[in-house]
Design a protein around this ligand. Structure first.
Ligand code: GTP
Ligand code: NA
Ligand code: MG
Length: 344
């Protein structure tokens, strides 16, 4: 389970931004995976979910983070598509988010789906940071590998550093045009009043330690109260995908954003015609750092707590729908839970 002894819920971090600005590549760098390379047409077409444990964040952030300073269990990253035709999936991802990363290609600047993502973040009042990605494409850039961004900037020519700054100030200007005050993250004191801009390269790893540090700081500082919930209560989640799984028939991949789901629970799932009431047959958990979308080696577990991505095997899921709510019944009257699912 993705909870620690204090029962804090894992924060959900949505990754949003225009097509090809590097969202999946960024997550690949954090995971040490190559999900992006396997995507048809290099386009993300589904919402993904990846649990990143606190230990991994600590290792990746290096000297910038001391895991002992944090008591959140880690972060659950939600990957979203940037292609214009997937606006429903972007909204869904945004609705799940406790915090977000808006990925902006430093060469491309703000594009239509960057603005769409900003609107979602505004509407849902989600705190976020900007990852100013692809800094390695600045002419004359001298890649430094997986290091804090300041260390990399110190190793660049004055010209490359100047070029990068021009691009970063361009992004800060576009943020301002859209009603958001922002600055380089190292100058930001209050991350809700002033959005932090973190220069990164998803490809070379530069700035990734900074991004993880800022996200952990942001969640620890501003979300701790929201995360102090009854993680043992009846689970609530959203269906990401309805999939055939060998040996299990039709299954649903869900993001559980609240409470707990157990292998003997009755659940109500939003269906094409009416809510489906069914009994969980198996809970299949992706390994830590695995993208649920591409995972092949699920582990059977008895119970998981929010927030996490989990595959649920149960009878009668053929009419389940992506985006539909999932609710654990537990000791509540089933009619009440059906009504709640119908009302969503
Ligand atoms: P969608 O999910 O389809 O919206 O795209 P995305 O935002 O997930 O972008 P993706 O990770 O698919 O990357 C798009 C392209 O940009 C790929 O060819 C990546 O290799 C490249 N790319 C991503 N990040 C970087 C970076 O930091 N530097 C460089 N040079 N290329 C990058
Ligand atoms: Na892409
Ligand atoms: Mg992608």
């Amino acid at each position: 389970a993705e909870t620690d002894a204090t029962g804090l819920r894992t924060p959900i971090v949505a990754v949003l931004g225009h097509v090809d600005h590097g969202k999946t590549t960024l997550l690949d760098t954090v995971r040490g995976s190559a999900v992006q390379e396997g995507e048809a047409g290099a386009i993300t077409q589904h919402i993904g979910a990846t649990a990143v444990p606190l230990d991994t964040i600590g290792e990746m952030a290096g000297s910038l983070v001391d895991p002992d300073d944090f008591d959140l269990p880690g972060l659950l990253f939600i990957d979203t598509p940037g292609h214009h035709s997937f606006s429903t999936l972007r909204s869904r991802g945004g609705a799940l988010a406790d915090i977000a990363v808006l990925v902006v290609d430093v060469n491309d600047g703000f594009q239509p789906q960057t603005l769409e993502a900003l609107d979602i973040l505004k509407r849902t009042e989600t705190p976020f940071v900007v990852a100013a990605n692809k800094v390695d494409t600045v002419p004359g850039w001298n890649p430094q590998g997986h290091v804090p961004i300041q260390q990399s900037i110190d190793a660049q020519s004055d010209r490359a550093e100047g070029d990068l700054n021009d691009r970063l100030y361009g992004i800060i200007g576009e943020m301002s045009d859209n009603g958001f005050s922002s600055d380089m993250y190292w100058r930001v004191q209050d991350f809700r009043a002033n959005i932090g801009v973190v220069p990164v390269s998803a490809k070379t790893g530069e700035g990734i330690p900074d991004l993880l540090t800022v996200l952990m700081g942001l969640s620890q500082r501003y979300l701790k109260e929201d995360m102090s919930v009854d993680v043992a209560g009846p689970g609530a989640g959203t269906v990401l995908e309805v999939k055939e799984e060998r040996g299990f028939g039709t299954t649903i991949d869900i993001v559980l954003y609240d409470g707990t789901i157990s292998a003997d629970d009755t659940v109500v799932v939003g269906g094409k015609n009416e809510p489906i009431v069914t009994e969980v047959r198996a809970l299949l958990q992706p390994r830590p750092l695995a993208e649920i979308r591409t995972e092949k080696q699920f582990e059977k577990v008895d119970s998981v707590a929010a927030a996490t991505g989990i595959k649920v095997a149960a009878p009668d899921l053929d009419d389940a729908m992506a985006g539909a709510p999932v609710r654990v019944v537990r000791d509540r009257p089933v009619e009440e839970v059906i009504e709640a699912v119908e009302a969503e």
